[in-house]
Design a protein around this ligand. Sequence first.
Ligand code: CTP
Length: 402
Amino acid sequence: MRGKHVLIGVTGGIAAYKVGTLIRELVKSGAEVKVMMTEAGARFVSPLTFSALSKNPVLTDLWSSNQSSDSDISTQHIDLANWADVLVIAPASANTIAKLACGISDNLLTIVSLATSRPVILAPTMDAEMYLHEVTQKNLATLSERGYFIVPPAEGELASGLKGPGRLPEIKILTDTIENILTHADRDLIKKRILVTAGPTYEAIDPVRFIGNRSSGKMGFAIARAAAQRGAEVTLIAGPVALETPRNVKRIDVESAQEMLSAVLRYSKKTDAVIMAAAVADFTPAHPAKQKIKKQPGVHSLDLPLKATPDILAALGCSKRNTILAGFALETTDGLSGAKEKLRKKNIDLIVLNSFNKQNRVFGSHENTVTIIDKRGDVERLPKLPKFEVANKILDKIRDLL
Ligand code: CTP
């Protein structure tokens, strides 16, 4: 952690008193620590305590200019956002989580969170009922999709006397998470050009109907977001999905497999790696109707001739030179050998096998259980992880191959 800049945001919660230990551990491991507190946070612990432990002024007020010696009042939030290598919000209250989820920035902590492009770690800490409430869970899911790292609270006795999830995790868990994330925040993909595809494709039956699939696009978007955070120049070719474009990512929207092929061929010319996370339809209606197909009286069935779509990954594999190619496989039977066969047949460097079973819903979920197989035959089985962490594991492999 030597020389790393850790910015800690403290919101209102009884667990604020434990942040002192976190600061001490971080300082001991060589990090430089700055603390900012919300007004509610500063009611639980005096800023003076954290200032003494971090050996830096503690920032509480957006409008006060004398807190940080070398910053002007109008730019101190930007200076702080740029100073940080990582932002850790602990304890993160339900209120601050809700504000972050919808972009409200009405105090220094929420403004800096919005202004930073560095990784943000959240340690939600509150009463169990508040933590488990649908709206808090929905806000956390939104933030997790946006690339925030959520460290789940520990279970146990809470300040209210109730038992359940809501306690600040052990300090060791927080410091391990910070260290782990900082190793991925080294911008190790700087100057690398990475093309990612995501989401389903829609194959038109007529102007209003289509053949599609259940892909949500979350895995591909997580890869694009993680790669951009690690410094890569990212182009994301997205099928029809309702997801926010990650920061610093160039997004091209397409609909059909044919459109995706054209976009991939156009944008993959000068790329270092192509990651095909899209669930491209294998078949498309052979003769899409120009007008909406009407029901005919007395007709009880419809024949819909289909033709195969172009295999984009195989096409890239055919003309492969120095670009690293990665694909995904979703198998319901004999996963490993099917994925290895796909890797060989499509002439690619890496394949990510999605486990498709009752325990791993894959589609629409924030988490995924995958196995990464490379062309040397190395097989890495990962436990169930948030898709953003899976994305970083895949990018670790790509970086090693580049
Ligand atoms: N893929 C592609 N173009 C297609 C179909 C798939 O580029 N027309 C890519 C996907 O993005 C994925 C990989 O190929 O990265 C594997 O897709 P999958 O559908 O599992 O494999 P298929 O080769 O289509 O074989 P099957 O459907 O028989 O399992």
